[in-house]
Design a protein around this ligand. Structure first.
Ligand SMILES: Nc1ncnc2c1ncn2[C@@H]1O[C@H](COP(=O)(O)OP(=O)(O)OP(=O)(O)O)[C@@H](O)[C@H]1O
Ligand SMILES: [Mg+2]
Length: 282
């Protein structure tokens, strides 16, 4: 095996590569969990196997969106009471959830031996998932930045609210300055229509281009939709209860947007790489 092949092997970069996508935001309550959950549904409907990591302890967690109550979380891995496989919950056809919450960051406190054991379990998962979606907490806390920097694609959710725009800019700026991230996909949520979404993207993009060396891609937008809001209130996924709703269709389109993103040769992005970063072994 050449050095490169060994590297590819170690990082799970064979044919069975998992796309690792984080969905994040500067400001809270902008729609991350709604987007992650419905996007997962959309990928799953195409026959993709999806793994969701809930990296947030927000108001509406991913588990609630899918109407389940997980018995175990990553905390049980940290305390040595469960293996990764025991923490995984199938929340819908082709969708598996890792209930994480703040426990995600405690993984760094595992011993080297425990970390290696966990990574071996991740390795065993390797080829089972096509996509991993990470729902992060909002803001620029170290832990959030860290989770994003380990992902292959970073999607920043922004709404037309001025605070959301400035906080998105701040998040992109620190991810660039501290973690050398240069590419971000932007999702414009709670817009009036497509033109409104485009305009919002342009606003963020023009400031970023002026002051930062980053490249922003417009992944798409999701309109403000009372049907989505109502579904959330009833702890339902709009993509399940009302697949024809404007928001549900828009979120499906976002998922389609990843088709063009076939990764080139890159070390960042595999499931294995993500977990190595997460536990701090990389
Ligand atoms: N496109 C939309 N149209 C209408 N309501 C929306 C839309 N997107 C999100 N919401 C509503 O906004 C609220 C916040 O959404 P969500 O919980 O997905 O945001 P979040 O970014 O995950 O929040 P947090 O930062 O607290 O984790 C929810 O009540 C949700 O139903
Ligand atoms: Mg959330």
């Amino acid at each position: 095996m050449s050095q490169f092949e060994t590297f590819q092997h170690r990082h799970g970069m064979g044919s069975a590569r998992t796309k690792v996508i984080s969905v994040t935001s500067g400001k809270g309550g902008v729609g991350k969990t709604s987007i992650v959950s419905n996007m997962a549904l959309s990928f799953a409907r195409e026959g993709k196997r999806v793994l969701i990591l809930d990296g947030d302890l927000g108001m509406a967690n991913v588990d609630i969106m899918f109407g389940i109550r997980p018995e175990r979380t990553i905390h049980d891995i940290v305390s040595g009471e469960a293996s990764l496989a025991e923490v995984l919950v199938e929340v819908s056809k082709n969708i598996t959830l890792i209930p994480g919450g703040s426990g995600v960051f405690d993984l760094q406190s595992l011993s080297v031996f425990q970390k290696q054991a966990l990574l071996d379990q991740v390795s065993a998962l390797g080829s089972q998932y096509d996509v991993m979606l990470i729902d992060t907490a909002p803001g620029i806390a170290d832990n959030v930045l860290y989770l994003n920097s380990a992902a292959q694609h970073i999607c920043v959710v922004v709404t037309p609210e001025p605070a959301s725009i400035t906080d998105s800019y701040a998040l992109i700026k620190v991810l660039n300055q501290r973690y050398r991230e240069t590419r971000f996909s932007i999702i414009c949520n709670e817009v009036k229509d497509e033109a409104d979404g485009q305009a919002l993207f342009e606003r963020l993009d023009s400031v970023a281009r002026k002051f930062l060396y980053v490249s922003l891609d417009y992944l798409g937008s999701v309109p403000t939709d009372p049907v989505l809001r109502q579904a959330t209130r009833q702890q339902q996924l709009v993509g399940k209860s009302h697949p024809e709703a404007a928001s549900a269709r828009a979120i499906s389109k976002l998922a389609q947007g990843f088709k063009g993103y076939e990764p080139q040769v890159e070390c960042k992005g595999s499931l294995q790489f993500f977990w190595e970063q997460l536990v701090g072994l990389a």
